[in-house]
Ligand binder design. Sequence first.
Ligand code: MSP
Length: 503
Amino acid sequence: MARPFYLTTPIYYVNDVPHIGHAYTTIVVDALSRWHRLLGDDVFFLTGTDEHGLKIVRAAEANGVSPLEQADRTSERFKQAWRQLDIRYDDFIRTTEPRHAAAVGALLQAIYDNGHIELDSYEGLYCVACEAYYLESDLVDGLCPVHRRPVEVFKEENYFFRLSRFQRPLLEWLDAHPEAIRPEAKRNEALGLIRGGLSDISISRTSISWGVPVPWDEGHVFYVWYDALVNYATAIGYGDDPERFERWWPAVHHVIGKDILRFHCVYWPAMLLAAGLAPPFRIQVHGYLLVSGEKMSKTAFNHIAPADLVADFGVDGTRYHFLRDIPLGADGDFSYEGMVARFNADLANNLGNLVSRVATVVGKKCGGTGPAPASDSPLAAVAADAYRDAADAWERMATHEALDATWRLVREANAHLEANEPWKAEPGPAVDAVLGSTLEVLRIIAVMASPAIPVACAELWRRLGLDGRPDEQRLPEAARWGGYPGGLPVDKGPPLFPRLQPA
Ligand code: MSP
């Protein structure tokens, strides 16, 4: 049976409309899920919106709507953004859905029944933007260390999750699964948090009602983070369809930004252990997409909407830039100039030119019908190496390396054309071999690059006269030399990626 491969993005808060920081995570997960579908894995790709908590209540008040209206509108905006970016998720979860309240109730009830949740009172400094308590010593100049805004004093009688009991189990988990948190630096950060000592955490609120009710005490709602994390279990049937849940859990790959490491790498695995479940298979942490050196946020007024980039660079140009230019794990500074340069170099010049040159010469020398590839072409070995390296990089979620390896093949195919100059030669077997082999490279590229640039790859596949679609192919077979049969009409068409004027 196909390997279950469960991929998630964080669920996004609905106080804020989507910006390219959200898009970055979602594009990475979409590309990974497309690659794994090509491998024949049984992929389940989950994204969605995080709709409870004080932050949403306050945003709704500011907009003069109810929290649910705020959530309805903004979750629609996220869906729309994902349509614009050709994101192919399998499920979009909203935490206000009844299925989610049921799963949250069931999972936290299990933790409660296991004796790891107790009532206590709490007074602390709260940042509403973070939806988190801080210690006096966490503050910077008396302000929230993340948002640089004043914190508020909150006092409540809350249910506490006895996180302090889970130091050892968490360390044992990370010891037994050294690859569970990646990259290594982030694993070390999580280890540092755990070794530094864990305090019990307050998981319920009585001060607001916009949340999932605590099943054993209706006066309380769960604090938004403990409702939110459970979304990953809700979507695969926790508490509702045990068979389905067991198929996907714990084969999960959570992809998250570094801002929410503590919740995913400490609290969530501890909650799962407390409920008698296995911690996640993998948590992949990535850096921030920065605008002029700063993280994008509502409070910093430095939003860039995904639609703005799609208007200038197209779906593929936008996706390609995020996947190619930001090594997963590191921070990356967004720059319009950098994006134009990357688009022109890799898409317009390298891939776009290769496609139009081959199609033009096939038109002139072969009457528009593509010849079959040569079995002994030097490009065959280049393609095999590129596939091996790209596959290895996708497996490590190193999208920039995967695309670098893929584009090596594009560059080599261009160099092969230049070295042989089929446009100058008389039609015949030598010209056919060069052109057929380049068409074969384009067929392989159309499959290998499809997780990053799905629209152009589908069009390229069509122009090559091939049946079906590149995203229906299976790897590694589809990357094997000799798949292009020859004898198919090659359609030249307009430039795949018209060059952009540098700003
Ligand atoms: N709702 C919580 C997550 C709950 S998951 C159970 C949350 N939401 S958020 O809307 O603030 O989005 C957080 C995620 O969006 C980050 O972890 C990250 O993946 C992505 N990003 C938001 N801004 C980003 C950048 N500027 N750069 C990169 N990713 C960013 O936290």
